[in-house]
Design a protein around this ligand. Structure first.
Ligand SMILES: [Zn+2]
Length: 240
């Protein structure tokens, strides 16, 4: 079993401070917006629906199209209609805006996330994409195995009902973080580590302490951590 990253769009230039809380402001970075296919399962399981560059630009961020979801899936012999499950890590637009493309999929979403997305705090107006009514939902409350070997782990803090995805592989446990992060959130620069700082909270959060604790939880749970916006996966075929 493995994760295959499929890059849909990029955001550049973006200030690193959007990812790492109170760290890295003034440094320009490029973010990746991916969908993730899990390979080696009987069912076709996708993580997140991604969003187009156009959608990202409509939210005020510098979105650049790389390919459509259809183009990305075609390269691995699939169409959006072939997807059986879409695990939605959280309902921010960059992860959930294109739900409609996956007509035959069951959408796996946490109960707390769905409730919050329907009625977010005014500060988060426009941030959330509630799945359209016609979508088939599997609403989960906590951790759950979705198909054999693929588990969702509730990791709130970035959003109230965020979830990460944990799979067992022959190289150990791999966890795709459900929080908008780059690898630096999990692996702080050396000077910070020397100060005993083990992680950096996601800059965007509804509860910074909870988000920080869940970064640590993921680090302790997984042998390999995937940070969903790190651009380093853009040319990576599979993890592991
Ligand atoms: Zn994100």
């Amino acid at each position: 079993m493995n994760f295959r990253p499929l890059l849909i769009a990029k955001e550049e230039p973006l200030d690193k401070g959007y990812m790492t809380y109170l760290v890295g402001h003034g440094t320009e970075i490029t973010l990746g917006v991916y969908i993730w296919l899990i390979e080696g399962t009987e069912k076709n399981v996708l993580i997140d629906t991604g969003a187009s560059g156009e959608f990202i630009r409509s939210t005020g961020f510098p979105g650049i199209d790389v390919q459509t979801q259809e183009e990305a899936l075609k390269k691995v012999g699939l169409t959006p209609e072939d997807i059986d499950y879409v695990i939605i890590t959280h309902l921010h637009g960059d992860h959930a805006a294109d739900a409609k493309k996956y007509k035959n999929a069951t959408f796996v979403v946490q109960k707390d996330e769905l409730e919050y997305a329907k009625n977010p705090h005014p500060m988060h107006t426009g941030w959330f994409a509630v799945p359209p009514k016609e979508m088939k939902l599997e609403v989960v409350d906590g951790d759950k195995e979705i198909v054999p070997g693929v588990k969702v782990i509730k990791t709130p803090g970035h959003t109230p009902g965020g979830q990460s995805v944990l799979i067992d592989t022959d190289k150990g446990k791999v966890c795709l973080s459900g929080m908008c992060t780059i690898l630096e959130n999990f692996y702080p620069p050396e000077p910070m580590k020397e100060m005993g700082i083990r992680a950096i909270a996601p800059a965007l959060h509804t509860d910074a302490l909870q988000a920080f604790d869940n970064v640590i939880k993921i680090l302790e749970m997984a042998d390999i951590v995937i940070a969903p916006h790190d651009i380093s996966y853009m040319d990576v075929e599979t993890i592991p």
